[in-house]
Design a protein around this ligand. Structure first.
Ligand code: SF4
Length: 343
């Protein structure tokens, strides 16, 4: 029988297991320390638990960290890791070192339901949600885990479409009994999943990034079917109810498509719909993917767009692209892609 994984469980879940096995209550904190602070992978290594309790625990449970099964290295230092048992049931995580920062881009679902026109994961379709164990494992099990300064949920899937497992991971990452990270080290990226966003904004202090890609609803709908269910105007109005002027940061992601959404009129309209919000805009170059007849804006158009927003009081930056040569850049993750070489 497959054992139940302890990694990915929060404090109350571990306390339930401790009670179920008749262990002393203080064992909860001991187990949490072994899993999340010392990050051991075997119950036998939990040496301050009695031998009897370790045996009891090990009958039904295991720690449950598992290494990536494959990796690809980019010339720019980015590394893409593959986790999972088969091509159809696996996810990718991208490690991005950058001067004094080291960021991991984490996946939350196998595939995605949202079907954004410009995204490889969307083309793959949706298979399933990842468990908290599988999400957390990406952070713990890459070789560079100890060097990570930031985690961004911008990998495969829409994290707020898997919000309960996500919230559990955020709790583990930011609690004293877990990793004890500042929420400022974590950013959740969403296309504007309204119900998930409310749950996230009320239940955590982590940063939020919302993908807009056009200030015009009809145009946005042609890129992102989600506009129908959760229009951008509704999302922006919702965000006005929260305070982003202190520690928590709000950013809007904007992929630049040549001749489609990169005009000065677009920049002006964008500055209008964001007026009064404490936020910034990140411009992202589009990375070509098979079967999609869109091109990225050139550097000049991006600079013009950025400067227009900055002049209108919206902080705007052009995000540098990483890992394009290994299909690890924004929008390029897919585990059912044909071709490409892994090391
Ligand atoms: Fe899903 Fe994000 Fe890709 Fe859209 S961009 S299809 S939400 S993974």
């Amino acid at each position: 029988m497959e054992k139940i994984r302890l990694a990915g469980k929060n404090r109350s879940e571990i306390a339930e297991i401790v009670a179920e096995l008749g262990m002393p209550r203080f064992t909860t904190l001991q187990i949490l320390k072994w899993i999340y602070v010392k990050r051991v992978n075997h119950i036998d290594e939990m040496t301050d638990l009695s031998k009897r309790n370790r045996l009891f625990l090990g009958e039904k449970y295991e720690v449950g960290y598992f290494p990536p099964v494959d990796e690809m290295r980019s010339l720019d230092g980015t590394v893409k890791y593959l986790f999972g048992k088969s091509a159809r049931d696996s996810v990718e995580s991208v490690y991005i070192p950058d001067r004094d920062r080291a960021t991991l881009c984490v996946s939350s679902q196998v595939g995605c339901k949202m079907n954004c026109l410009f995204c490889m994961t969307g083309k793959q379709g949706f298979s399933r949600n990842l468990t908290a164990n599988e999400i957390l494992n990406q952070i713990v099990s890459i070789p560079e885990s100890d060097t990570l300064t930031n985690v961004v949920f911008m990998g495969m899937g829409e994290p707020l479409d898997n919000v309960e497992e996500l919230m559990k991971v955020l709790e583990i990452l930011t609690s004293d009994w877990g990793f004890a990270w500042s929420p400022k080290r974590i950013t959740i990226s969403t296309i504007g999943h309204k119900s998930g966003m409310i749950r996230f904004l009320e239940g955590s202090e982590c940063h939020l990034a919302v993908s807009l890609h056009s200030p015009y609803p009809v145009e946005r709908l042609s890129l992102m079917p989600v506009e129908k269910a959760w229009p951008e105007y509704e999302i922006i109005e919702l965000l006005r109810n929260y305070d982003f002027s202190k520690q928590r940061r709000l950013s809007f992601e904007y992929i630049m498509f040549n001749g489609l959404n990169d005009s000065i009129e677009h920049a002006e309209e964008l500055s209008k719909i964001l007026r009064g919000l404490h936020c910034r805009v990140n411009l992202i170059r589009f990375h070509a993917i098979p079967g999609v007849d869109l091109k990225s804006s050139d550097e000049d158009a991006m600079i013009r767009f950025r400067d227009c927003l900055n002049r209108r009081g919206v902080i705007c930056t052009i995000r540098s692209s990483r890992g394009e040569d290994i299909f690890a850049a924004c929008g390029m993750l897919s585990t059912v892609r044909k071709g490409g070489t892994r090391t």
